[in-house]
Design a protein around this ligand. Structure first.
Ligand SMILES: [Zn+2]
Length: 442
């Protein structure tokens, strides 16, 4: 397939915006890239896909999400509204994840995958919980990912909150899935909930369950509860504790890292742990502001996730851009390049640690994971000012076509692999029952 009549945004380290260029795709990869006329000469028999002058960019990547939270939209929390993070877990997430059945897990994932394709998000790193359907839950999600045609790295969150048997089932689910998840679209990590719900003993079991080269994906100091909990059970800080158990390092992801001190940041920098930033979630939960710029300046690889919010990653770009300005009272903070560093370059590097092909950049030899953006720029657009066009100009609705592994998943806003209406209708039916089971837990 030859994409013609495009304006390419390459997201190379020295980013380029190239008008009148095209991309030739073969076997799921970008096989050639260049001016239209040259490509047409070199590949005369290719089937043509006219981009009609739209921007063509590498698909967006989400570094931390929760498909299982999809049914929470519009759900009422009984009684008084949660007043802090621990009450949000107690009243919202834990009774909800316990209400999920196999079908709920399937349709929650499908809803998120529809949303991802519509918003040009082509790679997602998910963190799953369904305590009453643990064994095989990652297979169900994996099936939906392959059906949708996007890339996703999956894990199951191990926790002690539901007793040792469920913790062991979570460990087994991770180990089983890690051993089998080997496809261009599927990756795996070992999921841990958070320091506040894990014991020394369980962490030892987790570490022993998989090989040294397996990464762990955990929440870390999202609220102050992790710090208080680890101080009590181990007399140290959460980063020191996880590090002592061998759970951090260049394959592992620590989501949030809001309440981390200088020494903890130094440890994360030293051992190369990936950190993910989810500003919309942090604002919604009122848990604080992650010291993202400080971490980046220490060399920590901070990425951008959505924590289960909409899969339009540009919304997360915008939240990051505005939040740090407001919280520091300094409009110079968190500029467009810093957002790009997280959302583009670090997210791509993280995704590349999970999949056998390179993503997140336009050049020959990498995966053809692309989106078309219908953005008729009203002011001059260049590689240098593109981040500000994205933050102030790009809208969800501008994504018209999404391609992963060379396969078209949405063309001119029509999904090709998933039936959006059927998925929404079935999800409505299932969610009503899930909400009922959830309410019965109070
Ligand atoms: Zn999360």
């Amino acid at each position: 397939m030859l994409i013609t009549n495009a304006t390419l945004v390459t997201w190379e380290r020295s980013n380029r915006v190239l008008s009148g260029w095209g991309i030739y795709i073969e076997d799921g990869k970008i096989a050639d890239i260049g001016p239209d006329a040259e490509l047409k000469t070199r590949h005369p028999n290719a089937s043509l896909l006219d981009a009609h002058g739209q921007l063509v960019l590498p698909g967006n990547i989400c570094a931390h999400t929760h498909f299982y939270g999809a049914f929470s939209r519009g759900m009422a929390i009984p009684g008084d509204a949660p007043a802090n993070f621990s009450q949000i877990l107690d009243k919202l997430w834990w009774p909800l994840d316990k209400s999920l059945t196999e079908e709920d897990v399937r349709y929650s994932a499908l809803l998120c995958l529809v949303d991802a394709i519509k918003h040009g998000t082509t790679t997602l790193i998910d963190h799953h919980a369904s305590p009453n359907f643990i064994d095989g839950s990652l297979d169900v999600i994996a099936e939906t990912v392959e059906m949708a045609g996007v890339r996703a790295a999956l894990c199951y969150e191990v926790t002690d909150r539901d007793g040792p048997e469920k913790a062991k089932a979570g460990i087994a689910e991770n180990a089983r899935f890690i051993a089998k998840a080997k496809s261009p679209l599927l990756g795996a990590a070992f999921g841990l909930h958070a320091a506040l719900t894990l014991s020394n003993e369980t962490l030892e079991l987790c570490r022993a369950a998989v090989g040294e080269n397996v990464g762990f994906h955990t929440h870390l100091s999202e609220s102050k509860d992790d710090g208080l909990s680890v101080q009590k059970k181990a007399g140290m800080r959460p980063v020191q504790w996880l590090n002592k158990h061998g759970l951090l390092g260049s394959h592992s992801i620590a989501a949030h890292c809001i309440h981390v001190d200088e020494n903890e940041m130094d440890i994360l920098a030293e051992n190369g742990t990936w950190v993910t930033h989810q500003p919309r979630s942090n604002m919604n939960n009122a848990v604080g502001v992650s010291p993202v710029e400080q971490m980046l300046s220490k060399g920590i690889k901070v990425c951008l996730g959505n924590d289960g919010f909409s899969n339009s990653m540009w919304e997360e770009w915008k939240a990051a851009y505005f939040l740090h300005k407001l919280s520091t009272g300094d409009p110079r903070r968190m500029d467009g390049y810093t957002v790009t560093e997280m959302a583009v370059y670090n997210n791509a590097a993280l995704a590349n640690s999970f999949f056998p092909v390179e993503v997140g950049i336009l050049k020959t030899g990498v995966a053809a994971d692309l989106m078309f953006v219908d953005y008729a720029s009203p002011t001059p657009l260049s590689a240098g000012n593109l981040p500000w066009h994205i933050i102030f100009g790009f809208r969800d609705s501008m994504v018209t076509t999404t391609i992963v592994n060379g396969k078209i998943l949405m063309k001119d806003r029509q999904l090709t692999t998933l039936d959006e209406k059927e998925i929404a209708a079935k999800s409505c039916e299932l969610a009503a029952k899930t909400w009922k089971r959830y309410e019965e837990k109070f």
